[in-house]
Design a protein around this ligand. Sequence first.
Ligand code: NAD
Ligand code: IPM
Ligand code: MN
Length: 367
Amino acid sequence: MSNPSLLILPGDGIGQEVMAEVRKIIDWFGENRDLKFDVSEDLVGGAAYDAHGTPLTDATMAKAQEVDAVLLGAVGGPKYDDLDFAVKPERGLLRLRKEMDLFSNLRPAQCFDALADFSSLKKDLVAGLDIMIVRELTSGSYFGEPRGIFTEDNQRVGINTQRYTESEIDRVARSAFELARRRNNKVCSMEKANVMESGILWRDVVTEVHQADYADVELSHMYADAGAMQLVRAPKQFDVILTDNLFGDLLSDTAAMLTGSLGMLPSASLGAPMENGRPKAMYEPVHGSAPDIMGQDKANPSACILSFAMALRYSFDEGDAATLLETAVEQVLAKGIRTGDLMQADGGTPVGCKAMGDAIIAELAAS
Ligand code: NAD
Ligand code: IPM
Ligand code: MN
């Protein structure tokens, strides 16, 4: 049997730096655990624009559709800020999500013990935190029509449309309930049903799916603004948070700071099952290309490495290897080996991105 296939799209800025560390980890598993992948690498975002004049070529899109999983670093950066909207780096990422139909974006926020001091919240509030944000990823205001900048009554009007169909809500709700059953069996759904019709439909459909098939799971609803407040007031009250595309974007960056750094947060973007029964999938850290530290060997590669661990678990049925890798990251952090984003509190000397990757491999080797 051939090896499972992995398409790597490092993208821009620190995307390239953190992905180089993931490649070392992939090689380590191949050499030491006989876990081999057919890895190919391609361009996305600004890097693809520089080479081809588009943030994602049709050929790369086709490749992404064929492989068992895609691993993406980050896209964007100030160099591309003035490009036409249609060719901005972010459009490449959004095209991947949309055309692969990756509707369920899992963004776990876990606070490792060693990092409880690094959160902007009090240690007690975050120590032991383990929540999962399920963000709808292929619809809502990111994709709804009409959209654009138009002229009306001699002035410009910017339009985006929040639009959700019943089936779009139904399928992402199911993925949240399924996950909750394998965790602490609680889902909190967040929308703004008090002011948005799409929020009313969201709440109705989530409730219907719950009553029909998941009545064993504890379900609650919150307005997303109150949810944001609760997330920083008492984050441990949550298990799975189910929310839409835009609210999920905001809530997951907020949750990042509960874990100590945006450089810690991985994600899995999952679609419908493929012929082999595994979901179509792309794995990507929650952070961006971090223009302020790019090219300086300062990035924390943990989010991208932990995204590969999620790939091992969700795409390749290698839960033990995933746990091995997650434990190695945790152990390295516990030894005080940390990148600069995790240095503010105890003033130690930060290691670089490459040294962090090497330390994780050394920990794997010792395991
Ligand atoms: P960002 O996530 O790139 O950076 C926010 C802050 O967090 C910066 O101070 C950065 O240095 C820090 N940071 C982020 N990741 C880090 C890491 N791994 N290690 C250490 N520090 C880290 O967000 P931004 O500055 O708002 O956006 C920059 C560019 O990235 C924009 O073009 C944006 O569109 C893009 N972006 C891309 C993605 C993605 O590709 N998935 C996600 C978010 C933002
Ligand atoms: C993320 C990013 C993306 C989003 C951008 C870069 C398109 O912020 O993955 O969280 O808004 O979804
Ligand atoms: Mn975001």
